[in-house]
Design a protein around this ligand. Structure first.
Ligand SMILES: NC(=O)c1ccc[n+]([C@@H]2O[C@H](COP(=O)([O-])OP(=O)(O)OC[C@H]3O[C@@H](n4cnc5c(N)ncnc54)[C@H](O)[C@@H]3O)[C@@H](O)[C@H]2O)c1
Ligand SMILES: [Zn+2]
Length: 392
């Protein structure tokens, strides 16, 4: 049996940010706690949001004290402010970091003593009404049942999943993503591509998740190079936003796999942005699974425009080349090298990285189940690539 969980309302299109007030009204709330990054300090976005809210008699309190990927410290600070203002709805306007923080605020506002590890097993996870408005394309968090928060004490990323973590509404306005700089367009776009690919290649893939995954792969493959080259291309930005939302729906209803399992500890240890870390590991993870998923690999390669004809094995192998090609075009390798400069420390940290990767999500759902030695090879291959690669 397979199931499909998704937000109740999804709005898509240029200018649909104006809908925020109307949607809040539909959710029967009065006071919005708006979690946001720096984008909302820019006009015209602030005015659009304020007008949309105020004309319907709603109030808003803003929380923008989040400069990095979210931690338990951000969460505690946001919970105090939400409590003080008494808001009855949480709105996220930002990248995956902001959306995940908003998800956590919506849950922990009503469940003060809940622990992250207990979330997946809860029968009914109560939370405040939640509206997600992504400004990256992206994590797809506006459509997923997952939130990722770093526990600063334990120095690990917690990523509990529960269907009630899916926001009530997602607003996909491509204008919000036009200001993304090239490198963030690339990191977040490669993350979305990895979500769709890993969902399609997962043991938990279903006919329903496949539908979203394959369409996401097509849309992202076509529009990411365009959005990267010309950030003002609103059509390409819109395709990326919808593609990343579909990719989120796909992995939320299937799973992510080894690229995410290996990226999580590496990103935490070296403070590498999530999408960059996933993009760095993706080619090696694809190579690792090549011979067990030939059919599906060749379908993905075709969706990404492979021109190889002939045997399925050859088309499947082309997928590695295509993904490597994206990494080279988007300067992913060079950026990765900037974070992992010290080879000695990397080698010394390997055992911790491997243990952490094996203990988290995304291991059992691979078509080929990785051992510690397999994961060690993937990390070492990445290191070799960064040391010796010739990328252009
Ligand atoms: N919940 C999920 O389903 C899910 C899935 C994948 C990743 N994640 C998590 O999401 C986080 C990463 O989110 P992300 O990749 O969207 O990046 P992000 O939210 O961390 O944003 C990256 C940077 O881009 C800036 N930014 C965001 N939107 C912008 C815009 N429109 N213009 C200019 N700058 C902008 C941010 O201020 C930040 O500096 C990580 O913590 C990751 O683990 C969550
Ligand atoms: Zn991801």
């Amino acid at each position: 049996m397979s199931s499909l969980f998704l937000p109740r309302i999804i709005k898509l299109g240029e200018g649909c940010l104006t809908e925020v007030g109307k949607i809040a009204k539909e959710l029967k709330v009065n006071h919005l706690f708006i979690v946001t990054g720096s984008l909302l300090s820019r006009e015209p976005f602030r005015t659009i949001v304020e007008e949309s809210i105020h004309k319907l008699g709603l109030r808003a309190t803003y929380f923008s004290n989040i400069k990095r990927e979210p931690t338990t410290e951000h969460l505690n600070a946001a919970l105090v402010e939400r409590e003080n203002c008494g808001a009855d709805c949480v709105v996220a306007i930002g990248g995956g970091s902001v959306i995940d923080l908003a998800k956590a605020v919506s849950v922990f506002s009503l469940n003060k003593s809940l622990r992250f590890d207990d979330i997946p097993a809860k029968d009914n996870l109560e939370r405040l009404p939640l509206i997600a408005i992504p400004t990256t394309a992206g994590t797809g968090s506006e459509a997923t049942k997952v939130m990722v928060i770093t526990d600063v004490e334990k120095k690990i990323k917690k990523n509990p999943g529960h269907p009630n973590l899916i926001p009530d509404a997602a607003i996909l306005d491509p204008i919000l993503t036009v200001s993304l700089p090239k490198h963030i367009t690339a990191y977040t776009g490669m993350d979305a591509l990895a979500h769709a690919m890993e969902a399609y290649l997962s043991k938990k893939a279903s006919p329903m998740s496949d539908l979203y995954a394959l369409e996401a792969i097509r849309m992202i493959g076509e529009s990411l190079p365009i959005a990267y080259e010309n950030g003002n291309d609103v059509k390409a930005r819109e395709k990326m936003l919808l593609g990343s939302c579909y990719a989120g729906l796909a992995f939320s209803n299937a799973s992510t796999n080894l690229a995410h399992a290996t990226a999580r500890p590496l990103g935490t240890m070296y403070h590498i942005p999530h999408g960059l870390c996933v993009a760095l590991l993706l080619p090696f993870v694809i190579e690792y699974g090549l011979e067990v998923s030939t059919d599906r690999y060749s379908t993905v390669a075709k969706c990404l425009g492979s021109t190889v004809t002939g045997r399925k094995e050859e088309i499947a192998a082309d997928l590695i080349k295509i993904v490597r090609g994206f990494n080279s075009a988007f300067h992913i390798w060079e950026d990765g090298l900037g974070y992992i400069e010290h080879v000695e420390t990397f080698e010394a940290n390997l055992a911790t990285l491997i243990a952490d990767a094996l203990s988290g999500n995304g291991i059992d759902t691979n078509q080929k189940i990785p051992t510690a030695t397999d994961i060690e090879k993937i990390y070492k291959d990445l290191l070799l690539e960064l040391q010796n690669g010739v990328w252009n």
